[in-house]
Design a protein around this ligand. Structure first.
Ligand SMILES: *Cc1c(COP(=O)(O)O)cnc(C)c1O
Length: 435
């Protein structure tokens, strides 16, 4: 016996169990990815124990001489990767980055335009009545973009009309926040930005999901299309540690700096800043190829599922141009039932509200859809042929109850995909359980 509390060993062993499970599963949650070993090692460095409140060179505490260099490098790399005048790499998450953006350019009681949740919006841009960050924490009123369900994107004419009508009612938005959590296609930033500015709104883009595709030049480029600020998570298609970043025009730099510290955090997570910096170097080298492979894989997965008879959303526009594929699974019950069934077969994906769900009496726990993402399996080295196999396995999982067979097929597929690709070192994806 080691003399350790039994809870201590039990927790360590749960972490190992988790790693083992994921090494044998199909990780299809669209907001997740896997960081390289180098990135994960700095996450466990001494940086994770330190404080560096403030901006490099203007810290509140001593002990930051190396931390400042790391953070300045991260800022410089983020600016290069996103071709931005300004970057703040401190936000501890995408939601915190959004809150800093809201605080910089709006006041409580102001209006923001964003996507509704069934149309793909995220709760961090949600109304107070749903405990959305924008409404609950910053007191914003939320108005929705007009949405084109057939084409699964923002309706340009309808949105412009809505902006003009809000202006006429004295409720002109201060922020027009593009982006979303269910995001299959590029959004019409260019088409709407001018109208938004004309009524005094700042066009912004929440690239939490698609930051990696943007950095790799494979989606859209919001800062060139008229967005002034772009906030994002660093762990979805951008395969870094969990965290957030804000990039954009220099004129917002002072406001954002204060909104991040002390406005929405005291200390930020310095191990993550180092992990973000390493991720940016990986992305500058491999991002273009990775993003291209992700978009291709999503497209092949969507087409293969459609050929197998699954109800893939977005057919009129070729199903997807991002890392995501959305399925209407109402023929199998609902997204809640399907999510649990898939999990029991070691396929990890999440249920998804789809446009029209609320009108049909469905809600968040039993929505009509399932959202699939290929960012992580692409980083694990899967290619087009693997996508056809993933589609076939998914189809069998959805249409039959052959749990043992599906689990075996998943484990077989994963046997050759235990390493992180698009990285400087071909690193183990699951080293903790082997330690
Ligand atoms: C995931 C997501 C967020 C929140 O990001 P976290 O890093 O989880 O805080 C914000 N906006 C959108 C559109 C998202 O999909």
């Amino acid at each position: 016996m080691t003399g350790k509390a039994s809870e201590y060993d039990a927790i360590v062993s749960l972490v190992k169990d988790h790693e083992k499970w994921f090494s044998e599963s199909l990780p299809l949650v669209a907001s997740e990815n896997v960081a390289s070993r180098g990135v994960r090692e700095v996450l466990s460095s001494d940086l994770g124990q330190r404080y560096a409140e403030g901006w490099p060179g203007e810290r509140v505490y001593a002990g930051c001489k190396y931390i400042d260099k790391i953070e300045l490098a991260a800022i410089d790399l983020a600016r290069r990767l996103f071709k931005a005048e300004f970057a703040d790499v401190r936000p501890v998450s995408g939601a915190c980055a959004n809150l800093a953006v809201y605080s910089t350019i709006s006041n409580p009681g102001d209006t923001m335009m964003a996507l509704s949740i069934p149309n793909g919006g995220h709760i961090s841009a949600g109304k107070k009545e749903f405990s959305g960050t924008a409404g609950l924490v910053h007191g914003l009123e939320i108005e929705y973009f007009a949405f084109d369900r057939e084409n699964m994107t923002i309706d340009v004419d309808g949105t412009k009309k809505r902006l003009r009508s809000l202006k006429a009612q004295g409720k002109a938005p201060k922020i027009v926040m593009f982006g979303g959590s269910l995001i299959l296609f590029p959004q019409p930033v260019q088409e709407i930005a001018e109208e938004a500015e004309g009524i005094g709104a700042v066009p912004c883009y929440d690239a939490a999901h698609v930051a990696g595709l943007i950095a790799g030049g494979q989606f859209q480029d919001p800062l060139r299309e008229g967005a002034h600020l772009m906030s994002f998570s660093t762990h979805k298609t951008l395969f870094g540690p969990q965290g957030g970043v804000i990039v954009g025009k220099r004129r917002y730099a002072d406001g954002i700096k204060k909104a991040v510290f002390p406005g929405t955090s005291s200390n930020h997570h310095l191990h993550n800043v180092a992990g973000k910096a390493l991720t940016f170097t990986e992305f500058l080298k491999y991002g273009k190829l990775y993003a291209k492979d992700v978009v291709t894989n999503a497209s092949v997965l969507a087409e293969s599922l459609a050929e197998l008879g699954e109800n893939v959303i977005g057919e009129s526009k070729g199903y997807t141009r991002s890392h995501q594929v959305a399925l209407d699974v109402t023929k199998y019950g609902d997204g809640g039932v399907v999510e649990k069934k898939l999990e029991s077969m070691n396929i990890i994906a999440n249920r998804q509200l789809l446009p029209g769900d609320l009108q049909a009496g469905r809600h968040y726990t039993n929505p009509g859809g399932i959202r699939l993402g290929v960012a992580e399996i692409t980083r694990l080295g899967m290619d087009k042929a693997d996508m056809r196999e993933v589609a076939d396995i998914l189809h069998q999982a959805l249409a039959t109850n052959k749990t043992v067979i599906v689990r075996k097929r998943v484990a077989d597929l994963r046997k050759d995909h235990q390493h992180v690709a698009y990285a400087f070192d071909k690193s183990d994806a699951y080293f903790y359980e082997r330690a």
